[in-house]
Design a protein around this ligand. Structure first.
Ligand code: GLN
Length: 307
């Protein structure tokens, strides 16, 4: 092609390259990469199709396209991802926020009768901070602590808190789950790793080549993080508090069992948009220890209600 390509030509070329590489949504990705390279909106890209690309824009597009063709997720290339209608900075140190996790935010908000209460929130494995910050954006008097074992993740979460104007109500702590913390929280939330080693191998290259393994993989059965977290959050939960856990597909019963051994009962199970049980609400068990049978019945009752 002679001279600089126009916007329309660049878009068509990028889309074709992405489609040839078998990328899922080539047209969408091409448009977002071009919008990022040029700083133009979707409407401008359409309306200004004949405008030639500046050399620097063409270079930026080329570099971004090469990354996407190597299967790097769009969110890492753009450096941001929307979650709960908020804009989060993301990089390879944190899991990219998923729409699935909005189920957990919904579950927490549905459980809070008065959104103006000064609730204390703990987010274990905060990553980009998406769960904690989405909650604080809806709970104006709440304060929260985000914990992560990755210092780079904490830096990003802090940056997100600042960008969203929530830094004054947040603290970020480097800790192995809750071990470095003291005090009691009204709400404890976590989206821990829950993918099995075997499933990890089968995931899309976008995930298993780029996203932090430690944020996704939890042993051979995908349950090791729940086993670690649940026993020691007892001392961090207020008497009337609740724990909200994101869970993997088909993990509800196993995680409810682990929770029961740690003295918690499941008060609610919430499905994601696809219909999989995605979030558990746990509270201190009100049943005397030893009544496992009665307890199991109530679990299967909860499960069948959801099916
Ligand atoms: N939902 C994510 C996935 O399947 C897993 C998130 C997690 O392990 N917490 O890619």
């Amino acid at each position: 092609m002679r001279g600089a390509p126009t916007i329309a030509q660049a878009l068509a070329t990028a889309r074709a390259a992405l489609a040839d590489a078998g990328i899922d949504q080539p047209a969408l990705d091409a448009r977002l990469l071009l919008a990022d390279a040029t700083g133009l909106s979707r409407a401008q890209l359409i309306g200004w199709g004949e405008r030639p690309l500046a050399a620097v824009e063409a270079q930026r597009l080329h570099a971004a396209l090469q990354r996407r063709l190597a299967r790097e997720p769009l969110a890492y290339i753009l450096g941001r991802k929307e979650f709960w209608s908020l804009d989060f900075a993301v990089d390879r140190h944190v899991l990219i926020p998923r729409p699935d996790s909005e189920t957990l935010v919904e579950a927490v908000l549905a459980s809070v009768a008065d959104r103006h209460r000064p609730l204390r929130i703990l987010d274990l494995g905060t990553g980009s901070g998406c769960l904690l910050l989405a909650l604080l954006s809806e709970l104006p008097a709440a304060r929260g602590v985000g914990v992560d074992c990755s210092v780079q993740a904490l830096q990003l979460a802090r940056q997100n808190a600042e960008r969203l104007g929530l830094a004054a109500r947040t603290g970020f702590v480097s800790s192995d789950w809750g071990s470095a913390l003291a005090g009691r929280f009204d709400l404890i939330v976590a989206n821990p790793p829950y993918v099995t080693e075997a499933d990890w191998q089968q995931l899309m290259p976008e995930i298993n080549r780029y996203e932090p393994r430690a944020a996704l993989v939890a042993g051979s059965d995908g349950l090791s993080a729940y086993r670690r977290i649940l026993p020691h959050v007892r001392r961090l939960l207020s008497d009337t508090g609740a724990i909200f856990l994101e869970i993997g597909t088909e993990q509800a019963e196993a995680v409810i069992d682990i929770a029961a051994s740690a003295g918690f009962e499941c008060a609610d199970i919430r499905d994601d948009l696809v219909g999989f049980a995605r979030c558990l609400r746990l509270r201190f068990s009100r049943r005397p220890i030893g009544q496992q049978t009665a307890w199991k019945q109530s679990v299967s009752c909860l499960m069948s209600r959801k099916r």
